[in-house]
Every structure is written in structure tokens, then in C-alpha cells.
Ligand binder design. Structure first.
Ligand code: GLU
Length: 442
């Protein structure tokens, strides 16, 4: 079967053989996102006008802004904010600071946020932004000026009822605090308290939520627990490999080990390490905080990058960047389940091969929704000035993650499709229903 998928934005066509041809197909991340969308749209019979709306971002904001560096020189940076859809609620999604950030990547990530929020049942649309920069190459003082000037350049394109950024790869709570402070200062004295919710993922002192820091990792673990219940597995019998030991991979590893899982192999940009009897994730986190990466960790032996993918483990958790599970790597994988903590880690042809080999995937828009779910709780807390306890946040997170999984499992059975297609189908039906009820202006 040949899938003929039209990318309505670029106007070109991606042809994809349902049997992987033996080598990876070159396509952009946005083409992958559009392809996934159209496949699910076919499944649910999404009408043409809804397809056209949802395969384009609504707004694409690109800003070029100058910042003075510590040595007195000036550098011009390029920043993006792509607002994909806001029919359900304000645009929502992270800001990425990474050298590979470009328009195509941010467009894909923005679309995934729309489907992620719709699937999670939270009243947000989808957006994503970022700056093309390696944040490690700049001092804290420089980063502060870059973040503040970027916030100024975005101006009224963001706002607590309009578009709400959050952390993503290369950004953190400190940067969210700077965005909030810059935005509130630009909003005039009367609005200072009411606009705190312009950004989520802030520090607790600046109006952040308990549990936001670990929310994505915790949500990934709740996803794994839900799967265990579905297929009759014991969580504490599982061995796990993780790619990435940053905010998502690090918290997930610690929480999974606490619940009895064996973390057998971990890789990041500095190297790959393994310990057959299980890595001590608390000690590893301390090592990474001090050394900047997992390489050289004394409680493990060094391994090759490709061993991370071919390791003898039950579960593989990609928690780094996109396009990591390629067709070539998929051929070597021995795990039974992939839980996509990262956005877009599996290429489409790798996914087809994995399906043929009986490897299940819990897709990104379902598995990593924990971060934006607790962002929603933070936004609610900022609006009401009533701050929640840890238990309230955790219970709310678990309920929304499991509700989304329940809906996906039911849809997967009724449509006899993959978990990713079912996740999209649930999200698309919710979005389509809203368009049908509201119609389009005028
Ligand atoms: N960057 C995270 C994601 O990709 C969180 C987004 C948010 O909290 O708005 O889901």
C-alpha cells in the first residue's frame, strides 16, 4: 500500500510505502506531523474544511532581535512563536532554546501541542516557540538579556488569555521567571498581579506550581502504569532504557526506580552508561548536576550509543530530541514498548517496522502530556491566587493522564488502529465537534 499524503502547507507530497523499504525516508519534522495528522483524519473521516484549518498554523511570528553580550559586542538572534490553533482555548506550548530550532521544527511542535491539549481534555490550544541558540555558550547575564529582549519582541503576541509559553528543551524555570517579570513590567502597574499566568513552569516563589518540575516525567510513569494495568504486567518487574537525563528523563528515571523498575541503560549527549542490576538514579542525578552529563558515572560501565537502542530491556523511553528511533535502529530494538517522553522521537517508517515486529508505542501526545497538564493547574492557581498542595496536583495529573489513556484504549479497539492513530482520533473528534458547533466567523 502506498500512502499519498499531501502537505497542505508546503504543497508537496510525501509518498510512504507501508512496508519500510530498508532505509530511512528524508522528510522534515513538519511533514511527519502533517502525515500523522492526515492518517488519523482519514480514520475518523475528518471533513475537508477541518483538515485544511488543522494542517496549517494560524499564526507564524518570527522576530530578529539584538542583544549586547558581556564583551560589549552585539548579536542578533532569531526567535519564533508558532500559534497552531486556539479553538479550545489560549495557545499553549513551550519555548525551545537549541541550535536546531527553525520554522519547520517549531511548526511541527506547535501542531502536536494542539492535539496533546485536546487529548488531555484541558482548555488550551497549541503553540510552540524558541530561539536558534546554544544556551550553553552564553553567561546567565547574557541569557537573561536574551530572554527579556525576546519577550519584548513577542510583545502582545503572548498573554495569559492569549498565548502562554512554558519550558521546553534548553529553557527552565529561571527563564520563565524572567519572561513573567518582563511581561508584567510592560503591562503597567494595575495589571502586575493579574498577568502572572502569561507563562507557566515558573519557580514556586514566582507563582509556579508544586509538581510542575517533575510533571512530564511523572505523567510518563502514569502512562506506563496504565499500560501495565491494560496488558497485565507488573511495573516492578520491568527493565528500562532511557535516552536523555534532563528534566524529563531524570525525573522519570528517579520515579520509576522508586516504584521498583530497573533502570538498566541511560544515554545522553555525553555518552551511554549501563548497569545490568540497575543504575542508582539518585546518585546519577547528583553526578549529572555536577558533571553536566552521564558519561563517567562511577556506578556503571560505559556503553556505545547504539547499545542504548539494541539493549535487552522491556521498555525504551526516548526523552531527548526528535527523529532518534530511525528505521536502522528500529531493526535492532528488543524492547516490547516505547513510551515517547520526547516529542516526535520515532520516524514514520521506523514506526511501521516496529508495528510489524510487535513493538507497541505510547505516542508523545499521550505519554508526555503531564507537563502541560500541570501547566494548566499552574495557570488556574495564578488566576485564583489559591495554591494547591502536592497531593491535589498529583491526583489531578493522574486523573487526566489516565482519562486520556482510557479514551485512547477504547478508540484503538473500536477503530482497530495503532495507539498513535487512536490518540489523534480522540483529539480530532473533540476539535471537529467544536468547529461543527461554533462554525466559522463571519
Ligand atoms: N514543553 C512541554 C511540552 O512539549 C510543556 C508545554 C507547556 O507546559 O505548555 O509538552
Amino acid at each position: 500500500m502506498l500512502l499519498d499524503v499531501k502537505d497542505a502547507v508546503r504543497g508537496d507530497t510525501v509518498k510512504m510505502d507501508a512496508k519500510p523499504a530498508g532505509k530511512s525516508v528524508q522528510r522534515s519534522l513538519h511533514q511527519t506531523a502533517v502525515e500523522q495528522f492526515h492518517r488519523a483524519a482519514d480514520l475518523v473521516g475528518l471533513p475537508e474544511p477541518h483538515r485544511a484549518i488543522l494542517s496549517h498554523p494560524k499564526n507564524e511570528v518570527i522576530v530578529n532581535f539584538p542583544v549586547q553580550l558581556d564583551d560589549g559586542s552585539w548579536e542578533v538572534f532569531r526567535g519564533f512563536r508558532i500559534q497552531h490553533n486556539n479553538i479550545i482555548g489560549p495557545y499553549k506550548g513551550g519555548l525551545r532554546f537549541h541550535p536546531d530550532v527553525d520554522l519547520d521544527e517549531v511548526k511541527a511542535l506547535a501542531a502536536w501541542m494542539t492535539f496533546k491539549c485536546a487529548l488531555a481534555g484541558i482548555p488550551f490550544g497549541g503553540a510552540k516557540g524558541g530561539v536558534t541558540i546554544d544556551p550553553h555558550g552564553y553567561s546567565n547575564a547574557e541569557l537573561e538579556r536574551i530572554v527579556r529582549r525576546f519577550t519584548h519582541a513577542l510583545g502582545s503576541n503572548i498573554g495569559p488569555e492569549h498565548d502562554i509559553p512554558a519550558p521546553d528543551v534548553g529553557t527552565n524555570a529561571m527563564m520563565m521567571d524572567w519572561i513573567m517579570d518582563t511581561y508584567t513590567n510592560l503591562s503597567g502597574p494595575g495589571a502586575k498581579q493579574t498577568v502572572k499566568g502569561v507563562v507557566t513552569g515558573k519557580s514556586l516563589a514566582c507563582g509556579g506550581s508544586l509538581g510542575r518540575d517533575s510533571a512530564t516525567g511523572q505523567g510518563v510513569l502514569y502512562s506506563l502504569r496504565h499500560w501495565c494495568g491494560e496488558v497485565g504486567e507488573r511495573l516492578d518487574s520491568l527493565s528500562i532504557g532511557i535516552q536523555g537525563f534532563g528534566n524529563v528523563g531524570g525525573h522519570f528515571a528517579r520515579l520509576a526506580q522508586r516504584d521498583g523498575c530497573t533502570i538498566r541503560i541511560v544515554g545522553d549527549h555525553t555518552g551511554t552508561i549501563r548497569n545490568e542490576t540497575g543504575l542508582d538514579t539518585v546518585e546519577l542525578a547528583a553526578w549529572v548536576a555536577d558533571q553536566g552529563g552521564v558519561a563517567g558515572f562511577p556506578g556503571a560501565t560505559a556503553a556505545d550509543t547504539e547499545e542504548l537502542f539494541s539493549a535487552d530491556i522491556d521498555i525504551f523511553v526516548p526523552a531527548a530530541l526528535e527523529n532518534q528511533i530511525t528505521l536502522e535502529r528500529a531493526e535492532t530494538m528488543k524492547c516490547r514498548l516505547i513510551v515517547e517522553a520526547a516529542n516526535g522521537p520515532t520516524t514514520p517508517e521506523a514506526e511501521i517496522l516496529l508495528g510489524q515486529r510487535g513493538v507497541e508505542i505510547i505516542p508523545d501526545i499521550l505519554a508526555n502530556g503531564g507537563g502541560v497538564i500541570v501547566s494548566y493547574f499552574e495557570w488556574l492557581q495564578n488566576k485564583s491566587s489559591r495554591y494547591w498542595g502536592e497531593d491535589e496536583v498529583d491526583k489531578g495529573l493522574r486523573t487526566l493522564v489516565w482519562d486520556a489513556h482510557d479514551a485512547v484504549v477504547v478508540t484503538k479497539r473500536s477503530l482497530n488502529c495503532t495507539r498513535r492513530e487512536a490518540a489523534y482520533a480522540v483529539a480530532l473528534e473533540r476539535l471537529a465537534d467544536l468547529y461543527d458547533r461554533r462554525g466559522i466567523f463571519p
